[in-house]
Design a protein around this ligand. Sequence first.
Ligand SMILES: C[S@@+](CC[C@H](N)C(=O)[O-])C[C@H]1O[C@@H](n2cnc3c(N)ncnc32)[C@H](O)[C@@H]1O
Length: 308
Amino acid sequence: MQHVPVLLRESLELLAPERGGLFVDCTLGLGGHAQAVLEAAPEARLVGIDRDPEAIARAGERLSRFGARVSLVTGNFSEVRSLLGELGIERVDGGLLADLGVSSMQLETPGRGFSFRLEGPLDMRMGAGELTAGDIVNGYQEGELVRIFKDYGEERRSRRIAREIVERRARKPVETTGELREIVAGVSGPRHRTRGRRIDPATRVFQALRIAVNEELSGLEKLLDQAVELLDQDGRLVVISYHSLEDRIVKHTLRNLARGEVDQTTGRTRSETRVIELLTGKPVRPQPEEVAANPRSRSARLRAARRL
Ligand SMILES: C[S@@+](CC[C@H](N)C(=O)[O-])C[C@H]1O[C@@H](n2cnc3c(N)ncnc32)[C@H](O)[C@@H]1O
């Protein structure tokens, strides 16, 4: 199964691996970006992190030819500082990359339950967590389901979908991706349009459950905080996000760090407290050719910064 790396050329330009040093790929996946970083500069070393042991195993095979230049770790990037600490690493001089979300390998494996197009169990765990999407769908109170669909899916029909789920599960637990998709379609109609694009009505509900199962938003906040602290001067941070909730967090966090602290008495920002310089004003989006070749890149937005 292939996973085509998204915004690869743009990521490399902003990471600038030709400077050499240590690079941390916080979302190794199948190792596409990691391989390109290692190929771009013989002096670059790389630590690859992924919470999915299967991704680590696959990327390990792919990157084996780089020998001691590569170390791979199974773990959650929300603990990046301690994961690196276990390898004796306290500073990162090259850069950190996070290419968020799920890989094609995860999405296209029916047994993992990420895709509403493939019949499978309601799982959606990226890593070793205990909570599954099925636990949420069958166990959470109606009000909590509404909040998850609304906050993490920006789903307008959250109340009606949650109500329908609660009625259905009283008769029999909702066990598969297909059953959940059918419940959502029953409430929303078969398809609707968002900004001219036709999307499956289950898209938002599945996104919301995945975010909740994997605690994706709080994990991203923790990653960003630690990443800027780990970086040496001139080190780079590159983050690719795939939906507006993630991108909003990246945008606001980076913008605040680039602006510096506000002086409480004068109300002015103190420029000496600036931590990073933004390398991207607007987010970098894929070119139409990339979207045509790899539809998964369609929603990607890349933001990057340099440690001051
Ligand atoms: C979009 S894929 C990365 C693909 C990779 N850049 C490539 O070119 O092959 C995202 C990967 O990040 C991993 N991931 C997502 N959230 C994570 C987290 N909090 N900690 C560690 N890995 C995470 C997923 O398991 C998945 O393998």
